[in-house]
Design a protein around this ligand. Structure first.
Ligand SMILES: NC(=O)c1ccc[n+]([C@@H]2O[C@H](COP(=O)([O-])OP(=O)(O)OC[C@H]3O[C@@H](n4cnc5c(N)ncnc54)[C@H](OP(=O)(O)O)[C@@H]3O)[C@@H](O)[C@H]2O)c1
Length: 323
């Protein structure tokens, strides 16, 4: 391959995983305030597969998502929003980063998915993107595995005022995470329990051992038990599954909230990222509050298999593409 070319996964129409094709295309070149990142690892997130199958979403969601990513076909034919890699070039106006910096982050700005494109060897991003130096205790694969779930978990905590501070003010607080075994769920469980909360994990019973190792102390299988009918109450209930997929009983969450309890669902608005959030993510990862949960690692040319797996909705933590 010539040095002006790169590998990328092209998605020219919405549909099943097979619409994703490996291709060789022109390598991008950074503009004045942009950085060029050589991508070492990215992730296949539940949001990636949501975008890819936009054509079969209910009309309302098709319109809402289409506004950002394109109607009929993706505006940017390269999907992917998670990046972990090295800065290999900087535009003349760049001051935040330098060549050689090892970074991680997301292409999503303010919850808006207009700038995808990480299923590729290289990606140009404005230096003001939600990118920061990667945690010093993580390699590229591990860093890619903490961005999606970790940043959404922090958004959930900030929305509800859950205290994730080093004074352990969360000690004794009761937290329930619905959908505890996914990317978002495993992050919520780890951070909440690290900062002192008593965490109940709701997921399939086959994942109880995993959640125990991540800090949860109580477990409920959503397939057989309704957590709103246990008689127990929680101070924070986080729905990490979303209204579209959750069982009916998530709608009855109020009867499982304590008198001062707070509820937040991943589907309550579009998760917002920020530079500050990426710094928090880096810091709590370096402190040991968050470790990567990696289910499977695929190569770029196995992208169809990776999407087929994520489509099933039962990955444990994260699915990584290693370039
Ligand atoms: N609103 C937004 O803008 C936005 C943005 C990002 C993500 N999200 C949503 O956030 C959710 C979590 O993302 P993720 O990447 O963490 O997902 P994920 O890794 O696929 O995890 C899914 C979790 O949901 C559980 N689950 C699957 N089907 C279920 C069902 N019918 N009832 C109850 N639990 C079920 C799984 O449990 P088991 O495997 O143990 O059965 C697992 O814990 C996704 O649904 C995604 O669409 C929304």
């Amino acid at each position: 391959m010539s040095e002006n070319k790169m590998r990328a996964i092209i998605c020219e129409k919405y549909g099943s995983p097979e619409v994703l094709k490996l291709a060789q295309i022109e390598k991008p070149f950074p503009q004045k305030n942009e950085i060029l990142i050589k991508i070492y690892s990215t992730a296949v997130t539940s949001s990636d597969t949501y975008i890819r199958r936009l054509n079969i979403l209910p009309l309302f969601y098709r319109i809402m998502a289409g506004l950002f990513v394109g109607f009929g076909k993706p505006r940017n034919p390269i999907l992917g929003m998670i990046v972990s890699g090295v800065i290999v070039e900087t535009g003349k106006g760049v001051t935040r980063f330098k060549k050689g910096d090892e970074v991680f982050g997301t292409t999503v700005l303010n919850g808006i998915h207009t700038n995808l494109g990480t299923y590729a060897d290289y990606k140009c991003l404005p230096e003001k993107s939600y990118i920061t130096l990667k945690p010093n205790n993580m390699n590229f694969i591990e860093s890619a595995a903490i961005v999606f779930g970790g940043s959404i978990a922090i958004w959930c905590f900030d929305k509800t005022g859950f205290p994730y501070d080093y004074n352990k003010s969360a000690k004794g607080i009761k937290v329930l995470v619905y959908g505890a075994s996914g990317s978002v769920g495993t992050s919520l469980v780890q951070i909440a329990s690290y900062f002192g909360a008593e965490v109940t994990a709701v997921c399939s019973s086959s994942n109880f051992e995993l959640l125990k190792s991540l800090g949860a102390s109580k477990f409920i299988d959503y397939k057989t038990d309704d957590f709103t009918l246990t008689g127990e109450t929680w101070d924070y209930i986080f729905d990490a599954v979303g209204y579209k997929k959750s069982k009916e009983y998530v709608k009855n969450y109020k009867r499982a909230l304590s008198s001062v309890g707070k509820f937040h669902s991943v589907d309550d608005g579009s998760p917002k990222n920020s530079e500050k959030q990426m710094m928090i993510l880096k810091n709590i990862t370096e402190s040991g509050a968050l470790t990567p949960v990696i289910d499977k690692i695929y190569s770029l040319d196995q992208i169809v298999m990776a999407h087929q797996y994520v489509d099933q909705g039962h990955k444990k933590g994260n699915v990584i593409i290693n370039l």
